[in-house]
Design a binder for this molecule. Structure first.
Ligand code: SF4
Length: 309
């Protein structure tokens, strides 16, 4: 699967602890929306519940971890003066960034357990280096001076819905025009799926528009896996459409949260889902629903008792 780098975890929830095994996870109702979690809900409402409400742990994957590593390298490269942002310099950052990633997220080391000679790790690091190198055929960092890197953004719409996320890079031209850039370590989607890929970028564009009162001039997805660049120049009507879509999505999420009804939606992406063991589509039983359900629909099912999925 493609990876888009750093996740804004814990997304969509207010408070609580989660993630690593052995840590107490406190279930709370979702209070904000990020592109990743919005995509989760559209893909499978039950997956959204497992991730946002139950906060079930997930194993790190080689692809996602490589994505995080490559993003870190591309971000750090801009610390160097423009003339020194070369492909060899970028590749030389890979081992150090891998060390930092293992320090901040020790669980990623389990990816290479049972690899005593380090062959799998060496191959994996080599793939990360190739992705970093390919970036230089798509963009020229010696000619870029990003205004922001790994920018956390958050805004509240008039409706009260909070949107949040992390933008890989923001470029601002001398004319003030804004370009939002996102790196993907996977391959570019087929044209019929380009709209799905742009959803995340339009989400960010809406947040920037609401925060800065400027519609970004260009949205740019850089696919390091296939060496493609997908761009889109949004207009206000695009972003208003995205806002309406997000409001409808949020209404559906709130309805599911309050009723406790989270339907599984099986697709071929289930093969990538960590939660098959607790998914009814695969013969599993979800954990007891940890939030109170609406009184009118709860009947004998009080808060803390098992709700439907
Ligand atoms: S296995 Fe498929 S249907 Fe079940 S929760 Fe995961 S994505 Fe949804």
């Amino acid at each position: 699967m493609e990876s888009s780098g750093v996740e804004s975890a814990p997304e969509g929830v207010s408070g609580g602890e989660g993630g690593a095994e052995g840590v107490v996870r406190v279930a709370v109702a979702p209070s904000s929306l990020s592109p990743s979690r919005a995509s989760d809900f559209m893909r499978c409402p039950l997956l959204y519940r497992f991730r946002v409400i139950d906060r079930l742990p997930e194993k790190p994957s080689e692809a996602a971890t490589r994505g995080t590593l490559v993003h870190a390298v591309l971000e750090r490269l801009f610390d160097a003066p423009a003339a020194e942002r070369t492909a060899p310099a970028a590749k030389s950052l890979v081992p150090g960034q891998w060390d930092r990633l293992r320090e901040s997220r020790p669980e990623v080391a389990e990816l290479f357990e049972g690899d005593p000679e380090g062959e799998r790790l060496a191959r994996w690091l080599g793939e990360a280096e190739r992705l970093v190198e390919r970036w230089f055929s798509l963009e020229d960092p010696t000619r870029l001076e990003p205004a922001e890197r790994e920018l956390f953004v958050e805004t509240e719409l008039d409706s009260g819905l909070r949107l949040r996320g992390i933008i890989d890079r923001v470029d601002v031209a001398p004319t003030g025009e804004v370009r939002i850039v996102d790196y993907k370590t996977g391959k570019a989607p087929r044209p019929e799926y380009a709209e799905d890929a742009l959803f995340q970028m339009k989400f960010y564009a809406l947040v920037v528009w609401r925060l800065k009162r400027v519609v970004p001039r260009r949205l740019q997805l850089v696919y390091l896996g296939s060496g493609d660049v997908l761009t889109y120049d949004p207009v206000p009507a695009d972003l208003e459409r995205v806002e309406r879509k997000l409001l409808a999505l949020w209404a559906a999420i709130r309805e599911a949260t309050e009723s406790g009804v989270w339907r599984p939606r099986p697709t071929k992406l289930c093969g990538w889902c960590d939660h098959q063991a607790v998914c009814p589509e695969f013969g599993g039983t979800p954990p007891p629903y940890p939030l109170a359900v609406r009184a009118a629909e709860s009947g004998a099912r009080g808060a803390g008792r098992m709700g439907p999925v």
